[in-house]
Design a protein around this ligand. Structure first.
Ligand SMILES: C[S@@+](CC[C@H](N)C(=O)[O-])C[C@H]1O[C@@H](n2cnc3c(N)ncnc32)[C@H](O)[C@@H]1O
Length: 242
């Protein structure tokens, strides 16, 4: 009996070990991808030149990330004075202005990539109400129920372990706290799905598997109340309450 349990334990540990290895390999690839793109990231995402505008128009049904970000951030009042987690902060290209304005709030910004964080530090590093740190959404360095708001912009399509990311963002939220996010979901546009599958995932900017709209809603309705979601092309943005 003991031997069987031992074998089971060994098997379980080996399985967990190989899953961990796989995820850490993925994480290295993600770090590499964001290292290589750190200097063009802002231009591409904000439609900063003609190429990025053509790219967004052709592959992303003309979704404008600036507009999506604006709508996501409009869920948060400027005079909010609670605790807010932004994961992943990236370069803070969309959040700089808003986070700086919210000087009564206590804001923690986390990203896995030191390269992206460096850019965010240049933007937000001098604000006393903002803390920036390197970290993994799968193991957030925050206590249970410590945040009033968790914001995750364009993160879930990059996160290697989405179940853990959903679990961790939920864990750190207080009861009654708000989870706000936007990211790519599968199954809305064949052209976008092709790009994500063939190029973005291979390069490490995106990491499968990606939920469909139905799969995402199932997760959200299980964990949260008052789910309000919208689609813009293949990008979903939503707010919900724990
Ligand atoms: C597409 S960017 C989004 C950044 C920013 N929120 C924005 O909207 O511009 C995705 C970010 O996710 C970060 N990331 C990927 N895996 C992560 C993880 N496990 N934990 C924390 N951040 C992660 C990457 O380093 C990258 O900065």
């Amino acid at each position: 009996m003991l031997v069987v349990n031992d074998d089971k334990m060994k098997n379980k540990t080996m399985k967990e070990g190989s899953v961990k290895k796989m995820i850490s390999k993925k994480s290295d690839r993600i770090q590499g991808a964001y290292h290589d793109s750190k200097d063009i990231y802002d231009t591409v995402l904000t439609r900063g030149n003609i190429f990025s505008r053509a790219y967004m128009s052709f592959f992303w049904s003309d979704t404008d990330d600036n507009e999506v970000a604006e709508r996501v951030l409009s869920y948060i009042p400027d005079d909010f004075d609670g605790t807010l987690l932004d994961v992943p902060v990236g370069t803070a290209v969309f959040t700089e202005e808003k986070w700086k304005k919210m000087s009564s709030a206590k804001i923690t910004c986390i990203d896995y990539s030191e390269d992206m964080l460096d850019k965010a530090r240049q933007r937000l590093g001098r604000s006393d109400h903002i803390t920036l740190m390197q970290g993994d959404v799968s193991a957030l360095p925050l206590s249970d129920k410590s945040c009033d708001i968790v914001v995750s912009m364009n993160g879930f399509h990059a996160f290697p372990d989405k179940n853990k990311a959903f679990r961790e963002t939920h864990r750190v939220l207080k009861k009654g706290g708000m989870f706000i996010a936007c990211f790519y979901i599968k199954g809305e546009s064949a052209r976008t799905d092709w790009l994500v599958h063939r190029i973005l995932s291979k390069k490490g900017w995106f990491t499968p598997p990606f939920p469909t709209r139905e799969q995402l809603l199932k997760i959200l309705y299980r964990l949260y109340a008052d789910v309000e979601y919208h689609m813009d092309g293949s990008i979903v943005y939503f707010k919900c309450v724990k």
